[in-house]
Write a new protein. Structure first.
Ligand code: COI
Length: 354
């Protein structure tokens, strides 16, 4: 195992006292993980240091051209153990994002070993309250000081940790979704399948419009035909049409979500018909009109399963399952969170115990 140097913080921050109201992503722990990359040296100098600001040259390429990727994971407390959910999938996806952004790949064993070390140092920060977990944010920044557009020759990998509750204040209450017809999130051949900050920056305008209209998130359509459904907000999306659960196929602009993949695998295990295919907005709206749209939900690491209660498109509003969470959505939420917190035995390899 690559040695990981640990420099402990001399003063520790107070832990949150109300674990039932942590919000999402605004409290940070005492330490962070750093690994450098330099051309000729590769990834080196893995270290855990006190959490704090990092020094970047103002010409650092990540600041100018967005050469950066990130991941989202969670650590769960189960008695004395720490549990992770399919971390191998996150590290595989990080390397796929690296490939798209011309960032040198990282050794997945180093990613796992260094995260385990960080979690051991920060174990006391993992919340005890039901529904709360330690959100893990690995990310990579291009650090070379240069204004020419090219791949950087140096990078910094970081992991920061944030004790968090629900991503949406609605929790498990259904969210209202605004169908975005003007702006798009990604196009085939672009960076939509990579987890890179530019995709999220591109989503802000539509999200802002939706929020002002009192909708929680945006439903994204494809960038070419403006016809096919892609994702919802920061999540993948599923619709139950009659007895079949349908989710947009991963055909070049949709993020390959790990909760998405797990949802498909659970539905298949339960014998529920599930299809990954092109799905037009019109098909969903028509199913809404004729009573065939029985459930809808988003999936993501941060939100887990987020029921959709209402879709707003132009002048039309479709209410799903009377605006209440549907039984399949509920079962998926209970099962996934049960596996994540170690209360339900999941498929082999999903839950990793530290
Ligand atoms: C996640 O679900 O972990 C994400 O990365 C979405 C987000 C909070 C940007």
């Amino acid at each position: 195992m690559t040695p990981i140097r640990i420099e402990r913080a001399t003063t520790l921050k107070p832990k949150p006292t109300d674990e039932n109201n942590l919000g999402f992503g605004s409290i940070f722990t005492d330490h962070m993980l750093l690994i450098n990359y330099d051309e000729g040296q590769g990834w080196h100098d893995a270290r855990i240091v006190p959490y704090g600001p990092i020094a970047l040259d103002p010409a650092a390429m990540c600041l100018h051209y967005g050469q950066s990727v990130f991941e989202g994971m969670k650590a769960y407390r189960h008695g004395d153990d720490i549990l992770l959910f399919r971390p191998d999938e996150n590290f595989k996806r990080l390397n796929n994002s690296n490939d798209r952004l011309c960032i040198p790949k990282m050794d997945e064993q180093l990613l796992m070993d260094s995260l385990v070390e960080l979690l051991k140092v920060e174990k006391d920060w993992i919340p005890h309250a039901q529904g709360a977990s330690l959100y893990i944010r690995p990310f990579i920044l291009a650090t070379e000081a240069k204004l020419g557009v090219k791949p950087s020759d140096s990078y910094l990998y970081l992991v920061i940790l944030s004790p968090s509750g629900n991503y949406y204040p609605e929790g498990l209450n259904p969210v209202k979704i605004y169908v975005e017809t003007e702006y798009v999130r990604a196009v085939k051949g672009g960076t939509g399948t990579a987890k890179t900050p530019g995709n999220y920056a591109a989503s802000l305008k539509a999200q802002d419009i939706a929020h002002k209209l009192n909708y929680t998130q945006v439903l994204w359509l494809d960038g070419v035909h403006r016809k096919y459904i892609e994702e919802v907000g920061t999540m993948n999306v599923f619709f139950m049409l009659g007895d079949t659960v349908v989710t947009p196929v991963l055909d070049g602009s949709v993020l390959p979500g790990i909760t998405r993949k797990s949802t498909i695998e659970l539905l298949q295990e339960w014998g529920i018909k599930v299809e990954e295919r092109k799905l037009s907005l019109e098909e969903v709206m028509e199913a809404g009109r004729n009573g065939q749209l029985v459930e809808a939900f988003g999936t993501g690491t941060a939100a887990v399963i987020s029921p959709i209660g209402e879709l707003h498109c132009g002048k039309e509003e479709v209410v799903i399952n009377g605006g209440k969470i549907g039984p399949i959505t509920h079962k998926l939420y209970d099962t996934l969170t049960g596996i994540q917190w170690g209360n339900i035995e999941g498929p082999k390899g999903w839950s990793v115990r530290i």
